[in-house]
Design a protein around this ligand. Sequence first.
Ligand code: FES
Length: 164
Amino acid sequence: MEFVFDKEKNKEKIENFKMFIQDHKDTSGVLMPVLQEAQNVFGYLPLEILQLISRTLNIPMSEIYGVATFYAQFSFVPKGENIISVCLGTACYVKGAQTILEEIENQLGIKAGYTTPDLQFSINSTRCVGDCSLAPVIVINEDIYPKVSKDQIKGLIEKYKSEV
Ligand code: FES
């Protein structure tokens, strides 16, 4: 899914980010802090920002991608307003977590690791969240849902969906 980066809306952030790059330009190992700043400021690494980094620091895009894809802290898609995390730890898996995940993916029309085009939801799969006796468990933002069944998914998504 391609997300359009709104340059106009992010104008001020881009200007501040350019200043950050200028201030750190001559520091050794500058790429990592610059990428971290971009992730913090924009919430992900938009292509336009990676190109800006490449031009300003004279670092090839291939090298930038190499670093950005190596570290899990970096994301190439924006995060949704609501993050649905499906536990795929052993206890949850045995209790049908994969089916729950597939139902969420079907309902939202995206795969785990992605965000809906309206930026309302992202889906993650996680390891054990520490509530194995309540398997299968999903977490939506800060809320834990124990013993979730496939039939509950539609209602849960509706609950978090904001009116547009
Ligand atoms: S395996 Fe899901 S909570 Fe432990």
